[in-house]
Design a protein around this ligand. Structure first.
Ligand code: ZN
Length: 491
C-alpha cells in the first residue's frame, strides 16, 4: 500500500501524515464516560468512532495501546469546579455506595458497548484508583510554580502559565474573553483569577468521596485524572488523544496545561475530536426531552422512536457520517441505515453463488485501493461504505451475468468485505431475534418428539415410533439411530 494514513489534528487544524513516535507502537487515549447514568446516544458516537480508528491502526500493523478511562470521581455538576459530584449525588439519592453506582453504570456501559461491537480498550483505568498519581502530579505542578494552594484546595495558575504558553490553543479561545465570560460563583474568591481551575478540591463535611492529601481531605479536579492516567500508561508524550468535541474546552485545554506544567512537554501529538449527535436537528439534552438511552434505542421504548433499532443499525448509521461531521438522528435516517446494511449483508451472503469466469470484466483491485484511500484520508468511513455499495452492485451484476469475475478476483471481492465491512467497520450479521427464538423452539420440539419415539420403542410400540420418524421425515427432518444416541438434521 503506497498510500499513507493522513489524520486531522485539532491542534493546528490540518491534516498531516501520521507518524507515531515509536513505531510500531501507538499510544491512544480517549476520554471515557462518567459513570452515573445509562449510556445514551451521545456515548455511542465517540466509542464507535475511536473503535474504528483503533481497528484501522491495528489493521495497518501498529501495536496500539488504547487507554479509555472511567470517571468515577471529581466530575462536578458544573464544569466550573462547582456543584456536587455527579456520582456522589446519585449515590446519595439512591442510598448506595458511590462505588456501587460507578460499578453498576460501568457494567451497563460495557454491556451496551459490547452489543455495538466496540472493542474493549487495552487499559480502562478508574480515576478513583489513581489518586496517588494525581496527588504526585499536583506536587510537580506546584513545584514548577504553576499552581497555588488556597484554603485546602489547589488551583492551576493560568496567568502564570500564559507567560510561556498558550491556554486556549486547542479550542482557539482567548484569555481575555474567558475572563469576561466566567461567572463569579461560590468559592471563586479562593482563586486568583476566575478562569483558574481546580487540581484539588477541599472536601466539605458532607462530601462522601474524599482522600487525605498534603492539603488536607479532598478530591481531585475532573481534568486531572486524564493527565495523570495518560502519563502513567502512555508516557509524557503520546500519539493520539481523542474525545467528543464538547470536551475541547475546558477539559482538553486543561489537560494540555496540566501535563505541560508537570512534565514540561507537549503531551499529545494528534488531537482528534468527534462531532456531536443531534436529534431531529436539536442538541440532545435531558431538559429537552430528547435524551435517548441506548437501551431505549435497542428496545424502541421512547416516544421519539417509531420502532426499535438494532445495535448494528446504530453502528452503521454512525459510520455513515465522517467522525468530524455533524450527524442528525431521526427515524427516517435510521430506517434508511437499517435497509442499507441489510442490502450489503445480503449481497455478501450471495458471493459464493457467483460462477467465476476465466477473465474479469471488472477492476476489483481498484475497488480495494479506493477503500484504503478512503480510510487513509482521515478515516473516511462514509466513503468506504459508498465503495462497499459499489461492491454490492458488482456482486449483483456478476450473479445476473452482466459482468464476469475470475476466481482470484472473486476471492479479492470477498476479502474486501471481510476486511472493510467486518474487521475495520466492525459490523456483523445480527441474529434476528424472532428467527433465533423460533429455531430454539423448533429444536426443542424435535428433541421432544425424538424422546417420545424412544419411549415408544422401549415399550415395543414400533408403529408409533415409525409414525414419528415418518412424519418428521415428511417435514424434512431426518433422524438417525447411532451408537451415541439419536442424531437429527434438517435436510
Ligand atoms: Zn479526559
Amino acid at each position: 500500500m503506497e498510500e499513507k494514513l493522513k489524520i486531522y489534528n485539532t491542534l493546528g487544524q490540518k491534516k498531516t501524515i501520521f507518524e507515531p513516535f515509536n513505531p510500531p507502537f501507538v499510544g491512544m487515549y480517549v476520554c471515557g464516560p462518567t459513570v452515573y447514568g445509562d449510556a445514551h446516544l451521545g456515548h455511542a458516537r465517540p466509542a464507535i468512532c475511536f473503535d474504528l480508528i483503533f481497528r484501522y491502526l491495528q489493521h495497518l500493523g501498529y501495536k496500539v495501546r488504547y487507554v479509555r478511562n472511567i470517571t468515577d470521581v471529581g466530575h462536578l455538576e458544573s464544569d466550573a469546579d462547582e456543584g456536587e459530584d455527579k456520582i456522589a449525588k446519585k449515590a446519595r439519592l439512591e442510598k448506595l455506595e458511590p462505588m456501587e453506582v460507578a460499578q453498576h453504570y460501568t457494567d451497563s456501559y460495557h454491556f451496551n458497548m459490547d452489543s455495538l461491537n466496540v472493542k474493549r480498550p487495552s487499559i480502562e483505568p478508574r480515576a478513583s484508583g489513581h489518586i496517588i498519581e494525581q496527588i504526585t502530579m499536583i506536587e510537580e505542578i506546584l513545584k514548577n510554580g504553576l499552581a497555588y494552594e488556597s484554603d485546602g484546595s489547589v488551583y492551576f495558575d493560568i496567568e502564570k502559565y500564559q507567560r510561556t504558553d498558550h491556554y486556549g490553543k486547542l479550542s482557539g479561545r482567548v484569555l481575555d474573553d474567558l475572563q469576561s465570560q466566567t461567572r463569579t460563583l461560590d468559592g471563586q474568591n479562593e482563586k486568583r483569577n476566575t478562569y483558574d481551575f481546580a487540581l484539588w478540591k477541599k472536601a466539605h463535611q458532607e462530601h462522601i468521596m474524599k482522600w487525605p492529601s498534603p492539603w488536607g481531605l479532598g478530591f481531585p479536579g475532573w481534568h486531572l485524572e486524564c493527565s495523570a492516567m495518560s502519563t502513567k500508561y502512555l508516557g509524557e508524550v503520546f500519539d493520539i488523544h481523542g474525545g467528543g468535541m464538547d470536551l475541547l474546552f475546558p477539559h482538553h485545554e486543561c489537560e494540555i496545561a496540566q501535563s505541560k506544567a508537570a512534565n514540561g512537554k507537549e503531551p499529545v501529538k494528534y488531537w482528534l475530536h468527534n462531532n456531536m449527535i443531534t436529534i431531529n436537528g436539536q442538541k440532545m439534552g435531558k431538559s429537552l426531552g430528547n435524551f435517548i438511552t441506548l437501551n431505549e434505542v435497542f428496545t424502541g421504548k421512547h416516544e421519539l422512536l417509531e420502532q426499535a433499532y438494532s445495535p448494528m443499525t446504530i453502528r452503521f448509521f454512525i459510520l455513515q457520517a465522517h467522525y468530524r461531521s455533524t450527524l442528525d438522528f431521526s427515524n427516517q435516517a435510521l430506517q434508511a441505515a437499517e435497509k442499507g446494511l441489510k442490502r450489503i449483508l445480503e449481497a455478501f451472503a450471495k458471493i459464493e453463488n457467483i460462477i467465476t469466469s476465466e477473465k474479469s470484466t471488472i477492476d476489483i483491485n481498484d475497488l480495494r485501493k479506493k477503500c484504503y484511500e478512503a480510510m487513509n484520508d482521515d478515516f473516511n468511513s462514509p466513503v468506504v461504505i459508498a465503495h462497499l455499495f459499489q461492491g454490492v452492485k458488482i456482486i449483483n451484476n456478476c450473479l445476473e451475468g452482466r459482468e464476469k469475475i475470475s476466481h482470484d478476483d472473486k476471492e479479492i471481492l470477498k476479502s474486501i468485505f471481510n476486511v472493510f465491512l467486518f474487521e475495520i467497520l466492525g459490523l456483523k450479521k445480527e441474529k434476528n431475534e424472532q428467527e433465533a427464538a423460533h429455531s430454539t423452539n423448533s429444536s426443542q420440539l424435535i428433541d421432544l418428539l425424538i424422546a417420545l419415539r424412544q419411549e415408544a420403542k422401549k415399550k415395543k410400540d414400533y408403529e408409533a415410533a415409525d409414525m414419528i420418524r415418518n412424519k418428521l421425515s415428511s417435514l424434512g427432518i431426518t433422524i438417525k439411530d447411532t451408537k451415541e444416541g439419536v442424531e437429527w438434521h434438517i435436510n
